[in-house]
Design a protein around this ligand. Structure first.
Ligand SMILES: [Zn+2]
Length: 88
């Protein structure tokens, strides 16, 4: 779950919020209750990935890539064999 930084433009209260990436941005400030909170996208990195879930996904995609590569290589030699048969 990414963490988003929000800042209220009404009272300047800043807070962090865990949100799904597709969720609508929060607008309600927990300090004053006004709908003045805006997502802060700054140089410090507004989106912080926490937890080990993302590392597991990275590992899995690497494994998937090498697997896909292995599956592609034999397919090439198969094509060559077919060509050789056609030449006959
Ligand atoms: Zn506020």
């Amino acid at each position: 779950m990414p963490t988003y930084d929000y800042k209220c433009s009404a009272c300047n209260h800043s807070f962090e919020l865990f949100q799904h990436i597709n969720e609508n941005p929060a607008k309600k400030c927990p300090a004053c209750g006004k709908l003045k909170a805006v997502r802060v996208i700054g140089a410090g990195g507004a989106v912080i990935f926490k937890g080990s879930g993302f590392y597991q996904t990275d590992y899995r995609s690497e494994e998937y890539k090498s697997k896909a590569k292995k599956e592609t290589e034999p397919a090439k030699s198969e094509k060559t064999e077919t060509k050789a048969t056609e030449k006959k």
